[in-house]
Design a protein. Sequence first.
Length: 246
Amino acid sequence: MTIESSVPAPTVVDRATWQAEIDALRIQEKAHTREGDALAAARRRLPMVEVDPAVAVIGPNGPVTLLEVFEGRSQLIAYFFMWHTGQPAADQCQGCTFYTSQVRELSYLHSRDITYATFCQGPYEESRRYRDFMGWDIPWYSIHDSRDALMAGRSPFLLACYLRRGDRVFETYWTTRRGVEVMDNSYTMSDMTIYGRQESWEDSPAGWPRLWGDTGENTLRTGGRPTAQWSRLEAGCCEDLRAGGL
């Protein structure tokens, strides 16, 4: 979608006036950063709850324990990926696809003794074919048979953090909904632009474009499928999730 030049835009001013406005905003931005630091400090002081380290998940080589998912590191971040069993790629979760598509380089997490993994709620082989279609190389596990034990009645998608102390495992934090935006950079960068995310809920001046809010199109879908899938189709990747389809 292209924003037409007739759409309203900010007032044009001289550079000195513009810089003065940015300098005033910078005070708020710095306060926001410090508040984020304070929240992170509070997270580090939360209590934790013990979980069964022997809970089984399915990986590329079959069943492994939650303890083994740590890959020897002391910390684990796991994203719980929603799954619609038996449905084609186009009908899989657009939100989970959006966030997972933006998790790439893991070496920085590893350097902090943190392992990252995806815990898909669907069967391993079917969901693994989706991972391959999307071109992801992040660790991928199925929690299809251990979902209740790990999710404990929580939201269909969430991000959780764990700590390993020897052979014991503890859950230290979890978040869902917009809390999962920590995995994202697309929204964060969009928020820095004049027109933002272009969604209906945003506080924007009158006349600002709402290309992803007023059209009836899901904000994370384009042409009826998760937006990130189009580049994979254009590259010739097979989206068939059936056994033997890839």
